[in-house]
Design a protein around this ligand. Structure first.
Ligand code: GLT
Ligand code: MN
Ligand code: MN
Length: 393
C-alpha cells in the first residue's frame, strides 16, 4: 500500500473511544473481541497517525462513579493523551444506554428524567472542557417513540429545545468557549427519532435561544438510512456555517445503521463528499476535525480493528487526491465552464430585486425552445469522475 496516503496528525483525523473500542457485539450476539482499554486505544490511534480521540462520558468513566474516581480516571487518561501527542477535540454524553433513558432523555415525558439528562450532560461538558474539547456533540439516540400515542410530538420538540437552551445558557454562564453540534438519525434504536435528518436539525437550531453556538454533526450512515444525500445535507450546513463536526463512515441504503469503514460503500457518494469538504468549485472547504464514527466488521480480531482505522483514514486521503485531480482536469473544467457561462450578465439580475433589474429581466431575449435544446454533457462529466476513481485517468 502506497505510503503517500499514510495519515499524519496534520490531517485532523479523529476516532471515538466507542469506535475502535467496539468489541463487535450486535443485537444477535455478544462481543467477539477483547475490550481495549481507553489508554491503549489512545496509544493505538497515535501509532496509526490520528490527530485526536473523542469520547462519551461513560466510554471513560463508569456511570455513577464518584468524583474522586472520575478525577483519577480522567487524570490517567489525559497523561497518556498528552504523552502521545493527541488531543480531545470533541466530547459527548451518553444519554441512551442507561434504562432511565428508555423513553427519551431531553424528550422524556417525565420532567425528572429530563432533569437527570440535563445534569448528566452538564457534567459531561465539564469533563470535556477539562480535556480541552471545543465541540460538544448531542446525539439523541432515545429521543423518539415507537408509538405516537405516547405524547404530542410538539411537546417533545418543546422539551428538547428547553434542554438545549438550558445547557447553552449554562455553558455561556460558565464562560466556556464551546460549540454544540446536533446529530440527526431517522430511527434506531427508537422506531422513529425526533429531528430525523440534518435538515430537520438545521431548522430546529434556528428556534434556539443561543443559535449561534449550535450547529450540526451530520453522519453519512444516518443520512443514507433515509435514502437522502449526505453531500446535500453537508452542503446545506456548510452554506450557513453550521457544519461544526462530521461523522464519516459508510452505509448501504435501506439497512440498519451499519457504521462501516469510511468509503467502503457508495464510493461515488464518498468521493463527492470529500470533494465538498476539501473545497471545490471556488468554494471553501471544512477545516474542523474529520471524525470516523464507524467500527470494524464483527469478523475482525484486534489486528483487524487497526486495519479498519487505517482504511478509514487512507480512503479519505486517496479520495482527497482524486478530487483534486478531478477538479484540475482540463476537460472537467471545460464542461463546467460551458454550463456555468453567463456571457450576457444575466445572473446578476437575480441577485437582488430592484425595479430596474425587473425591467431588464422583462426585456431579456429568453427563448425556452433554444435553451431546452442544450445537452449538459453530464454523462461525460460523471464518467470523468468515474475514471479518476478507477485510477485510469
Ligand atoms: C453512537 C451513535 C453515533 C453517535 C455517537 C455519539 S454514539 O455510537 O451510533 O452515531 O455519533 O453519541
Ligand atoms: Mn451510525
Ligand atoms: Mn454518529
Amino acid at each position: 500500500m502506497s505510503a503517500l496516503y499514510n495519515p499524519t496528525s496534520t490531517d485532523r483525523f479523529t476516532f471515538g473511544l466507542w469506535t475502535v473500542g467496539n468489541p463487535g457485539a450486535d443485537p444477535f450476539g455478544g462481543p467477539v473481541r477483547p475490550r481495549i482499554s481507553p489508554t491503549d486505544i489512545v496509544r493505538g490511534l497515535a501509532k496509526a497517525g490520528a490527530y485526536g480521540v473523542n469520547l462519551h462520558d461513560n466510554d471513560l468513566v463508569p456511570f455513577g462513579a464518584s468524583a474522586a474516581e472520575q478525577d483519577r480516571i480522567v487524570g490517567e487518561f489525559l497523561d497518556v493523551v498528552q504523552s502521545c501527542g493527541l488531543v480531545v477535540p470533541m466530547a459527548t454524553t451518553n444519554l441512551f444506554s442507561h434504562p432511565v433513558f428508555r423513553d427519551g432523555a431531553f424528550t422524556s415525558s417525565d420532567p425528572k428524567v429530563r432533569a437527570f439528562a440535563v445534569r448528566k450532560a452538564k457534567r459531561a461538558i465539564d469533563m470535556g472542557v477539562e480535556m480541552g474539547a471545543e465541540t460538544i456533540v448531542f446525539w439523541g439516540g432515545r429521543e423518539g417513540v415507537e408509538t405516537d400515542a405516547a405524547r404530542d410530538c410538539r411537546d417533545a420538540l418543546c422539551w428538547y429545545r428547553e434542554c438545549v437552551d438550558f445547557l447553552a445558557a449554562w455553558t455561556l454562564d460558565q464562560g466556556y468557549s464551546l460549540r454544540f453540534a446536533l446529530e440527526a438519525k431517522p430511527n434506531e434504536p427508537r422506531g422513529d427519532l425526533y429531528l430525523p435528518t440534518t435538515g430537520h436539525m438545521l431548522h430546529f437550531i434556528e428556534t434556539l435561544d443561543h443559535r449561534d453556538m449550535v450547529g450540526v454533526n451530520p453522519e453519512v450512515a444516518h443520512e443514507n438510512m433515509s435514502g437522502l444525500s449526505m453531500v446535500h445535507a453537508v452542503a446545506q450546513a456548510m452554506e450557513v456555517n453550521k457544519l461544526f463536526h462530521i461523522d464519516l463512515n459508510a452505509q448501504r441504503i435501506g439497512r440498519y445503521d451499519q457504521d462501516l469503514r469510511f468509503a467502503s460503500e457508495d464510493l461515488k457518494g464518498a468521493f463527492f463528499l470529500v470533494r465538498l469538504l476539501e473545497g471545490s468549485c471556488g468554494r471553501p472547504g471544512y477545516s474542523g476535525p474529520l471524525h470516523f464514527d464507524a467500527h470494524a466488521y464483527r469478523t475482525e480480531d484486534s489486528d483487524g480493528v487497526w486495519d479498519f482505522a487505517s482504511g478509514c483514514m487512507r480512503n479519505y486521503k486517496i479520495l482527497a487526491a482524486k478530487a483534486a485531480a478531478f477538479d484540475a482536469d482540463q476537460e472537467v473544467q471545460e464542461i463546467l465552464a460551458v454550463n456555468h457561462a453567463d456571457p450576457d450578465g444575466v445572473g446578476v439580475l437575480l441577485k437582488d430585486y430592484t425595479r430596474e433589474g425587473l425591467r431588464a429581466l422583462e426585456v431579456l431575449d429568453l427563448d425556452p425552445e433554444a435553451l431546452a435544446k442544450r445537452g449538459h454533457q453530464y454523462e461525460r462529466l460523471d464518467q470523468l469522475a468515474m475514471e479518476h476513481l478507477f485510477g485510469v485517468r
